[in-house]
Design a protein around this ligand. Structure first.
Ligand code: SF4
Ligand code: FES
Length: 255
C-alpha cells in the first residue's frame, strides 16, 4: 500500500518543531507500524537525510517504550495495542497518517518522536518498591497470598509505564499510571508495612512533576494498551486520604 505520512520533526529539546510530509510506497500490510518507520528511515538514510528518532525496545508490547500519537490517538487506532504491536493492515492504501510525540508538560520532547519520561521514573523512585526483606524466591513463596488478591494485584502490575494515559488526557494527568504502581504493591502482604508512606510519597511526587489533575475524562482508560481501569485511581485516592487523615507526611529520605 501507499501511505502519506505527516511526522513531527524537532531537532532537539529547544528547537522549533514542525510537521514534515513523506510518501512511502509498497508498505506490506503484514509489517508493524515500527517496521514501517524503519522502512522510511532506511530511505531517508539512503537519501542522505536525518532519520526520524523514535523510542522502541522490546517490540512485543511489554516495555512501553514505543510511545507516539497516531492520528491523534496514543498508540494508534486499535484498543489494547501498543504501537509496536500495531500492524499496517489497520490502515488502507492511500491513507494519510499523522505521527507526533506525546505532548505533555511533564514529558518534554527530546527529539522528533522521543520524549523524556523521567518523571515516571521519579514517581517510582519515590516509593514504587518494597524495602522489607522478603527472602530468597522459595522463602518469598511461603508468604500466603490469596489467589484472588494475587490476580487483582497482577491486573495493576501489567502497567508498562508507556505514558499513553498522560498523553491522551486533556489535563495531562498521571493518575492512572501512579494508581497502578501504588496499588499492585499495596494489595500484597509484602507491601503492607510501607503502604501509607508509599501512597503519600508517590502521589506527592506526581504532583511535583507538573502533571495535571484528574477530572474523570477517562481518556486514560480508553487508550491504555494494558486495559488498566480507572477504578485503580479511586483506590489510590482512598489510600491517600486515609494516610493523610492518620498524619502521614511526605518522606524526605532520599531513596
Ligand atoms: S496506565 Fe496504561 S497507559 Fe498509563 S502508563 Fe500504564 S500501561 Fe501505559
Ligand atoms: S517497543 Fe516495547 S512495548 Fe512497544
Amino acid at each position: 500500500m501507499r501511505l502519506k505520512l505527516s511526522i513531527w520533526r524537532q531537532a532537539g529539546p529547544r528547537a522549533a518543531g514542525r510537521f514534515e510530509d513523506y510518501e512511502l510506497d509498497e508498505v506490506s500490510p503484514d509489517i508493524s507500524f515500527l517496521e514501517m518507520l524503519d522502512m522510511l528511515n532506511e530511505q531517508l538514510v539512503e537519501a542522505g537525510k536525518e532519520p526520524v528518532a523514535f523510542d522502541h525496545d522490546c517490540r512485543e508490547g511489554i516495555c512501553g517504550a514505543c510511545s507516539m500519537m497516531i492520528d491523534g490517538a496514543a498508540h494508534g487506532p486499535n484498543e489494547h495495542t501498543t504501537t509496536c504491536q500495531l500492524h499496517m493492515r489497520s490502515f488502507s492504501d492511500g491513507d494519510q497518517v499523522r505521527i507526533e510525540p506525546w505532548r505533555s508538560r511533564a514529558f518534554p520532547i527530546l527529539k522528533d518522536l522521543v520524549v523524556d519520561r523521567g518523571a515516571f521514573d521519579r514517581i517510582i523512585q519515590a516509593g514504587g518498591y518494597i524495602s522489607v526483606s522478603t527472602g530468597e524466591a522459595p522463602e518469598a513463596n511461603l508468604t500466603p497470598v490469596q489467589r484472588e488478591m494475587a490476580n487483582y494485584a497482577m491486573d495493576a502490575a501489567t502497567c508498562i509505564g508507556c505514558g499513553a494515559c498522560v498523553a491522551q488526557c486533556p489535563n495531562g494527568a498521571a493518575q492512572l499510571f501512579t494508581a497502578a504502581k501504588v496499588s499492585h504493591l499495596g494489595l500484597l502482604p509484602q507491601g503492607q508495612p510501607e503502604r501509607a508512606q508509599r501512597v503519600v510519597d508517590m502521589v506527592e511526587q506526581m504532583e511535583e512533576e507538573g502533571f495535571g489533575a484528574c477530572s474523570n475524562y477517562r481518556e486514560c482508560e480508553a487508550v491504555c494498551p494494558k486495559g488498566i481501569s480507572v477504578d485503580w485511581i479511586a483506590r489510590m485516592n482512598r489510600d491517600y486520604l486515609k494516610a493523610k487523615l492518620t498524619g502521614v507526611q511526605r518522606s524526605n529520605q532520599s531513596r
